[in-house]
Structure formats: structure tokens, C-alpha cells
Design a protein around this ligand. Structure first.
Ligand code: GTP
Length: 377
């Protein structure tokens, strides 16, 4: 009797011990998960661009949370996200796991998604939209968590596992809801920052960049041109007799001409060239990897395209011409100077060439040549 009681107690103790071990393991596991989550959040909050944020979520979260598949769907009704990413040279169209949806309803309708995360088995018709990578194995169970901020639906975070039991209906969703809410805050913040960054550097009338942007970019372009020993050309463009257009057709017609002319110049330039409205009816373009003769050819193409324009406004046709001054910085043939000094020289030389073009009768291109040419070369 005494022995059997002792045996019972020993067995109970062993069971208790193993329960305790199990609990300790779970506590350790949870504390590790919590630490990982905190570090994920801290790093996420420190990111300052949309592209960085997308890369971080798609790249790091998969390993961090031991997922087989992850994707991010962002609502981009006004095509803003696409244009921000494009400007940053982020190849969003080929980024595996990133989807831009044109409307909130596209998601809500296709999935019947409420404000709560969906957890459960992968269902082809419903889930395909969120996990539609070409040759990738489809997940067996998924979580689709809406990203919502101030009642606005921003997209969804989609997690998948090849194991059927990883995400099952009825499981607690606090963890994923928490991550989704932190991502939503970061997404909203980054979108606001990107919008502010662009609007403060864009001229609202013409949609091209403003002088502030040019002043930032010209130094970066010169740095690059020095590093790669490549030429950089600058065009100074000014609409001819613009005052007459304003006086003859009205200020609004003048505004319309400015926007049309900016559009034509932009069309002739390459995507990576810089175009900025410098002042009233003046524009400056920076052409990377373009020597003096290439720059003159491009300027001539712009001049011709504008001379051929038929700008229509309020049933009237407004004739427009433009004069262009060209200047080129050739790293291999120039004196070593700080980029701020080169920038100033480049713009001043192009401006002086423009003045020549005006003096010689307008609707023409004048080339001011190379800046800061070194005597020793
Ligand atoms: N409509 C409109 N006019 C502007 C804007 N900014 C500047 N202007 C006008 O642009 C005109 C520039 O005139 P001028 O500097 O005399 O030069 P111009 O008439 O183009 O003559 P040239 O440059 O010598 O061929 C001025 O009448 C300005 O009021 C703008 O945003 N919209």
C-alpha cells in the first residue's frame, strides 16, 4: 500500500514535471517570438521609403515568422504607388509577392474580406489573387489580413504555409492583427512622406520638377558624371515672346502653353533625363551621358517639335517657338572643381548660350561648349 502510494506520487510528479517542462518551453518560445516581433517592428518603423518597406516585409518577414509564402497587396487607386516606385527605379512589376490593386472593392469583392483576418485552408478561387506566383507551390493554409488605417483599406498582408494545420479557422488572430496594424501605420506614414517629397519638388502647373529638385539633382548628376568619366549636358530652354502670348491670348492661355511645352520637352527627353521648370517660362534639362553634339541634336529636336506645335486654346491656335542654350561638362577634359562650382558654371554657360540664341533671332539652338576646360589637357 505504502509502496504503491509512493509510486503514484512519483508518477504524478513526473507528469507534473513534464507539464512544467512543456510550459517552460512554450514560455521560452513565446518570449523568443515576442522579441523577434519587437525587433521586426523597430526595424519596420525605421524605414523611410516605400520601396525599402516592401522589400523588408517581403524579404525579412518570411524568414522571421517561418512562413513558406508571403505576399503584400497594396491598393493603388490613383496609380500613385506605382509612380513613386517607378521614380525610385524599383521594379515593382517583377517583384514576386507584390500586387497593386486598382481598388479596395477589387479585394473586398473577390474575397468578401471583412475587417478581420481570414484564416484557413487555401481556396483556389478566393486565394489565387493573393498568391498568384507563376511556378510557386500553392500554400495549404493561409492568413489574409487586411491593412486598414483610419477606416481606409490600404491593402492586405498574406501569409501562407505548406502545412494544413498552421493556419486554421478559429485560431487566435491577435498576433497577425498586431503585425497588420503596425504595417498599416508604416504604410500610411511612408505614403504621406512620399507624397510630400514629390509635391514639394514638382511644379503644379506643368507637372515637371521644380528648381529645388534641379538644385539637388544637378550635384548628384555631376558626381556620377565624374565617377563614370561621362559627359553631362545642360539645356536652358525659354519660350519666345511669352509675354506676347499672355498679352494676346490671356494669362490662362499662357498657362496652358507652359504645360503643353513642358509635356513636349519631356517626351523628347529620355526617362532618366532631368527636366525642371526653372522660372516663369524657363526650363532646364540635364542630359546624362550626352556630349555637346548629342545635346545639340536633342535640343534641335525639341526646338522643331515645339515649332511644329499647334497649341489650341479656347478655339484659338497659339503659335509657339522656343530658344535653347546648351553647355556640357566633360569630366575627362575639365579642371577638378567642387560640384557646386561646376553646377553653377554649367547653368550659367547654358544661360549665356540661350541669351545668344535670343539675340540671334530666337527659335534656335546655340551651343556654349564645354565648361571649365583644363589648360593642361
Ligand atoms: N501665364 C503665365 N505667365 C507667366 C508665368 N510665369 C511668368 N510668366 C510671364 O512670362 C513673361 C516672360 O516675359 P519676358 O521675360 O519679357 O520674356 P518673353 O516675352 O518670353 O521674351 P523673350 O524671352 O525675350 O523671347 C512675363 O510676362 C511673365 O508675366 C506663369 O506661370 N504663367
Amino acid at each position: 500500500m505504502g509502496l504503491s502510494l509512493e509510486q503514484d506520487i512519483t508518477t504524478d510528479l513526473r507528469v507534473l514535471e513534464s507539464h512544467l517542462d512543456g510550459m517552460l518551453n512554450r514560455v521560452q518560445h513565446n518570449s523568443l517570438t515576442l522579441k523577434r516581433l519587437q525587433s521586426f517592428e523597430m526595424r519596420l518603423l525605421g524605414l523611410s521609403s516605400l520601396a525599402e518597406m516592401i522589400e523588408f516585409i517581403l524579404g525579412e518577414a518570411k524568414a522571421l515568422f517561418d512562413l513558406d509564402v508571403i505576399s503584400l497587396c497594396l491598393i493603388d487607386a490613383k496609380n500613385e504607388i506605382a509612380s513613386y516606385l517607378e521614380v525610385d527605379n524599383y521594379n515593382y512589376q517583377d517583384r514576386e509577392g507584390l500586387f497593386l490593386a486598382s481598388s479596395e472593392w477589387q479585394l473586398r469583392h473577390s474575397f468578401g474580406l471583412s475587417d478581420q483576418p481570414f484564416l484557413g485552408s487555401y481556396q483556389t478561387t478566393a486565394c489565387e489573387k493573393f498568391f498568384s506566383e507563376s511556378n510557386q507551390q500553392k500554400p495549404a493554409s493561409v492568413v489574409i489580413a487586411p491593412l486598414i488605417r483610419r477606416d481606409k483599406y490600404l491593402g492586405s498582408l498574406n501569409l501562407g504555409s505548406y502545412h494544413n494545420e498552421r493556419f486554421m479557422q478559429g485560431m487566435a488572430t491577435d498576433f497577425v492583427e498586431h503585425i497588420a496594424s503596425v504595417i498599416s501605420i508604416c504604410l500610411e506614414n511612408n505614403l504621406n512622406v512620399e507624397t510630400m517629397r514629390r509635391t514639394s519638388l514638382v511644379d503644379p502647373l506643368t507637372g515637371v520638377n521644380n528648381r529645388r529638385f534641379l538644385e539637388q539633382r544637378i550635384e548628384e548628376e555631376l558626381d556620377r558624371s565624374q565617377r563614370n568619366r561621362e559627359p553631362l549636358s545642360c539645356l536652358f530652354l525659354d519660350i519666345d515672346y511669352f509675354k506676347r502670348i499672355n498679352d494676346g491670348f490671356g494669362h490662362q492661355a499662357g498657362d496652358h502653353v507652359l504645360a503643353v511645352v513642358a509635356g513636349v520637352i519631356k517626351k523628347v527627353l529620355r526617362n532618366n533625363d532631368v527636366l525642371a521648370r526653372y522660372g516663369g517660362e524657363e526650363f532646364v534639362a540635364l542630359l546624362s551621358q550626352s556630349d555637346a553634339s548629342t545635346a545639340s541634336e536633342i535640343a534641335e529636336r525639341i526646338r522643331l517639335s515645339i515649332a511644329k506645335l499647334q497649341v489650341e486654346y479656347a478655339d484659338q491656335v497659339i503659335p509657339v517657338t522656343i530658344s535653347i542654350g546648351v553647355a556640357t561638362y566633360q569630366a575627362s577634359r575639365s579642371q577638378k572643381k567642387p560640384v557646386t562650382e561646376i553646377a553653377l558654371q554649367l547653368i550659367q554657360t547654358a544661360d549665356a548660350a540661350l541669351y545668344e540664341a535670343k539675340r540671334k533671332g530666337r527659335n534656335r539652338v546655340e551651343n556654349g561648349g564645354l565648361v571649365l576646360v583644363s589648360e593642361s589637357v
